[in-house]
Design a protein around this ligand. Structure first.
Ligand code: CTP
Ligand SMILES: C[C@](O)(CO)[C@H](O)COP(=O)(O)O
Length: 236
């Protein structure tokens, strides 16, 4: 893995599907905010030189304090995000130090990603320019119309559930985001923004445990996975 990777960690969402008053990225997991678990993992990797943290406009001060409290020295910028995830990512890329020629984008609410998976994704990106973590879909997926009628059943062998981090050569990601902004294109991940430029984006196989904490039932699952991981680390 290249020596100078920058990471954009996006955490400016409201977490409406979680349904809590507090935005989900600040909910405690093993006594620490979910977002802090994520940042600590990135902070611990030698290959990552700096991190831009993107949060809600009202949370910039609070997150600057969190960065100090948890001595997250690689977080060189805490900036306000936008109304859509894509706007938040774009703000993060612009805030990242110019020295970072390679950028990975990660959801602040995916604290269970592993260093091994991050490295696998970045290594694939270094070979091809752009790579995303993903896992093969386990269920049969149907395309359904507005009336509930099944329209088609895509071949499951070609379906992957996409995760983060998503890793890119910085100039490629920057240009793709600028173009999407100009053309008012909104995607649900950064790969979509890059794919539409015609640049290849490849898959790096990840783990099913890299969940995006989205709804209340994800919280006990995340607690369990974190507990299991800590136990395994202690046994080694
Ligand atoms: N305008 C936004 C929307 C989302 N995100 C971030 O993108 C990641 C993935 O988004 P998701 O899980 O969908 O978060 P929310 O948008 O907060 O959730 P919801 O859709 O339930 O409101 C999260 O870390 C979230 O904080 C962001 O930085 N800016
Ligand atoms: C980027 C992402 O996490 C990949 O699975 C996902 O697309 C984010 O989507 P959401 O609509 O913000 O949940």
């Amino acid at each position: 893995m290249n020596a100078h990777w920058g990471a954009v960690v996006v955490a400016a969402g409201r977490g409406s599907r979680m349904g809590t008053k507090e935005s989900k990225q600040y909910l405690p997991l093993h006594g620490k905010p979910i977002l802090v678990h994520t940042l600590e993992l990135f902070q611990s990797m030698d290959e990552i030189a700096d991190i831009a943290l993107v949060v809600g406009a009202d949370d910039v001060e609070r997150c600057t304090r969190l960065v100090q409290e948890y001595t997250l020295g690689k977080v060189t910028a805490v900036v306000a995000g936008g109304s859509e995830r894509q706007h938040s990512v774009h703000a993060g890329i612009k805030a990242l130090s110019q020295a970072a020629e390679w950028v990975m984008v990660h959801d602040g609410v995916r604290p269970l990603v592993t260093r091994k998976a991050i490295r696998a994704c970045c290594e694939k990106a270094e070979q091809s320019g752009a790579a995303v973590l993903a896992v093969p879909v386990k269920d049969t997926i149907k395309q359904v119309d507005d009336t509930g009628l099944i329209v088609s059943t895509p071949d499951r062998r070609s379906l992957w559930a996409i995760q983060t981090p998503q890793a890119f050569r910085r100039d490629l990601l920057t240009e793709a985001h600028e173009r999407a902004a100009e053309e008012l294109f909104l995607g649900t991940d950064d790969a979509m923004v890059v794919e539409r430029t015609g640049a290849p984006v490849v898959i790096a196989e990840g783990d099913y445990t890299n969940i995006k904490i989205t709804t209340p039932d994800d919280l006990p699952w995340a607690e369990f996975l974190l507990e299991k991981r800590k136990r395994e680390e202690n046994e080694q």
